[in-house]
Design a protein around this ligand. Structure first.
Ligand SMILES: NC(=O)c1ccc[n+]([C@@H]2O[C@H](COP(=O)([O-])OP(=O)(O)OC[C@H]3O[C@@H](n4cnc5c(N)ncnc54)[C@H](O)[C@@H]3O)[C@@H](O)[C@H]2O)c1
Length: 310
């Protein structure tokens, strides 16, 4: 049965795809976003947009929309910004998230699904990362994302609020910001289509786990409905469990953008970590989900999207 779902950050890259997926699933959707990163044009037609900041009072959205569930995606999303301005990062990602969680408690929300990140893990573990491994975030962004998982544990103990966190791997696809510092597929696609020369950090042999945005949106929608009773630690990697190097991404993009431009190389940036490949068996055990979009197809769809904007 359809429910009322409030999506914070729903005007952004992942949030706008999620809003579309939730509507497809029969839910009624509203978006809470301050439009600092996203845009009203990305909010699907007919979806209410509450233009509010999660660090300020947000009760009016809860009073007006009366959500059954909340998906909390609104965040400061840049690792580099978190390293330069950790207080600002924590104000949005930690205090803003506590504001969302406590509003959900005050307004009798059933479940909060939270967008966590592979950045929680840090650089200590090699091989496939599993949810039960120790997290030692290598960036303030990772630390802020991880902190909120703990607040959600506490909120469940305090008031019975149901919750789940999805630790997204590297999400890519149409509508990703090509001017940010993360999101290598969007950044390279935009540059190659404009005839620019992308920079590859640290030799390009670093492996990341690239998951297409519509697969992520489907996973979030399924977790919203999943039976989580008895799940003591409802934290789920959302990933393909396949590692791909930056150089491989670049090669696929060159083909998708019909480009012969060679990249330049640059040193590591602070907060960057080594290989990040996330085991996804815990997610697959609770919901009927597998990533459907292959890397070739996803990169081609992303390149087609960016070239259609020209
Ligand atoms: N893109 C990825 O690869 C990735 C990976 C791991 C986790 N995540 C998480 O997924 C979520 C969505 O990320 P995205 O890639 O779609 O980024 P995005 O920047 O496109 O979306 C974030 C949205 O949050 C909004 N926002 C930011 N600060 C806000 C505030 N103070 N109040 C209200 N709204 C605010 C922005 O306007 C934007 O629409 C974030 O929580 C991010 O940390 C993303």
């Amino acid at each position: 049965m359809g429910r009322r779902v409030l999506v914070t950050g729903g005007a952004g890259f992942i949030g706008s795809h999620l809003a579309e997926e939730l509507i497809r699933c029969g839910h009624e959707v509203a978006v809470l976003d301050n439009l600092s990163g996203g845009s009203a044009a990305q909010v699907p037609a007919g979806v209410r947009l509450y233009e509010l900041d999660i660090t300020e009072p947000i009760d009016e959205a809860f009073e007006d929309f009366r959500p059954d569930d909340v998906v909390h995606l609104a965040a400061q999303v840049s690792v580099a910004v978190s390293m330069q301005e950790p207080v600002m990062d924590a104000r949005i990602n930690v205090l803003g998230s506590i504001n969302v969680i406590t509003a959900a408690q005050r307004h009798d929300v059933r479940r909060v699904v939270y967008a966590s990140s592979a950045a929680c893990y840090g650089a200590l573990e090699e091989g496939m990362l599993r949810e039960d491994m120790r997290c030692v975030p290598a960036s303030y962004y990772g630390a802020s994302k991880y902190a909120v998982e703990h607040y959600l544990h506490s909120a469940r103990q305090a008031s019975g609020l149901e919750w789940a966190a999805l630790r997204f791997a590297n999400v890519y696809g149409p509508r990703q910001d090509p001017h940010g510092e993360a999101g290598v597929v969007a950044i390279f696609a935009r540059l190659l289509l404009d005839g620019g020369q992308p920079e590859i950090f640290g030799g390009g042999e670093l492996k990341r786990d690239y998951v297409f945005v519509t697969d992520v949106a489907r996973a979030v929608a399924l977790v919203l409905d999943a039976e989580l009773e008895g799940c003591a630690d409802p934290v789920f990697n959302c990933s393909t469990a396949v590692g791909t190097t930056t150089n491989e991404i670049y090669a696929h993009l060159k083909e998708a953008c019909s480009s012969d431009i060679e990249p330049t190389s640059a040193p590591w940036r602070p907060g960057d970590v080594q290989n990040l490949i996330l085991d996804n068996s815990r997610l697959k055990a609770v919901v009927d989900w597998v990533p459907r979009v292959t890397l070739e197809d996803g990169i081609s769809r992303t390149a087609t999207y960016f070239s259609s904007l020209d």
